[in-house]
Design a protein around this ligand. Sequence first.
Ligand SMILES: Nc1ncnc2c1ncn2[C@@H]1O[C@H](COP(=O)(O)OP(=O)(O)OP(=O)(O)O)[C@@H](O)[C@H]1O
Ligand SMILES: [Mg+2]
Length: 408
Amino acid sequence: MTGTRNIIAGLDVGTTKICVIVAERADNGDIRILGVGLHPSRGLRKGEVVNINQTAESIRAAVDKAENICEFEIGSVYAGIAGGHIESFNSRAVIPIANAVLGVTEKDMIRAGKAAQTVALPRDREIIHTIPQAFSVDSHRGILNPEGKQGIRLEAQVHLITGRVAALQDIINCIRQAGLDVSDIVLQQLASSLAVLRKEEQEAGVVLVDIGGGTTDYVFFRDEIVHHTRIISVGGDHLTNDISLGMRLLIPQAEELKKRDGQALCELAGDNSELSVPGALYRHAPGRTHQKLCRIIEARMTELFQLLRDDLEAEGHFNLIGSGLVLTGGGSLLKGIDILAARVTGLPVRIGTPTGISGLREVIDNPIYSTTVGLVKYGFSMDSSHHSVITGSGGMLRGVKNLIDRYL
Ligand SMILES: Nc1ncnc2c1ncn2[C@@H]1O[C@H](COP(=O)(O)OP(=O)(O)OP(=O)(O)O)[C@@H](O)[C@H]1O
Ligand SMILES: [Mg+2]
């Protein structure tokens, strides 16, 4: 894609929008955005492709926009992956340390990581990421880098993220049909976390919650380690749908009303006067009040944060969140959502926007870009030799390998 300049592209195939960011890394490590392309997404439902042609066309349209701005042709992308088919769990494996005198070598670490990755998966699933958590040498647990430690047994603990092969292939096929190669695929909330979380938060314990259109995806970090990832099939579009049914409005008007007058807390809603809805097909409709709109929103968002809290409690993570919740994604733009989230979960809450990147202000300040900025950061964090290499079908496997190379 480039000569000597270090330039890569991230592609977020969201349920609501397709976003492409082209960015350059300077020799001093600074990352600058060169171009952005945004296009409404068609052909996806809850993060999964339901129409390959439509999705490919939306991707191409977003890529064309980004290419026009930065005047580069995009050859390959780091792509985000999501959807209800994603499942994740922790796994561990023990191997004998090859040379007890030398202690643990990098080779041992890779061997242990690979052994922990060897799990019985149904035929239709495959591993997207293997994220190392920690090692144990004999009875000494929680070691981040055991290299050189002496002992008999080395245990690797990893977080495995798996997806349905057909769903992964669908997204890759759409990207290819749009004329692009896939350098790697990355779970969307992991990408978002790279863009918005601080190291100290990851150390103290934090949950990054990306509220998109079709799904809400989250990841829990503690001690800078990924312990838990999950996708809830509820996003901002469900809210729009609730408003459409509850207020009897067509979807575009319900969406507009949500963004313009929506408020997550009823008590902060305005009076009970009728709301004006520009462009509404049925102009005279009883009961279209601010209070009613906010009741609908509060009910759905309360349910979402209760699900989140219940899951974190069930997994034993809730009491290990030393910092709080960081909300990002378009759903985090809803007014009052941070206050509601804090009230329902009992945790401190902030809204996370992309950091550690310069360039277009509107991108940096907007949580809808978190995933794409994170994809670019992920790309740059990989070995630079990978950037110019455009992969064929090895994209998925390389995601696993990259993470092993990086952490193990
Ligand atoms: N100002 C706003 N107030 C409330 N909701 C908003 C606002 N702006 C955007 N949204 C909602 O954010 C959602 C889209 O968010 P985002 O762009 O992060 O989704 P996506 O990445 O396309 O979807 P997904 O991650 O689920 O695949 C939509 O439901 C939209 O209505
Ligand atoms: Mg998204």
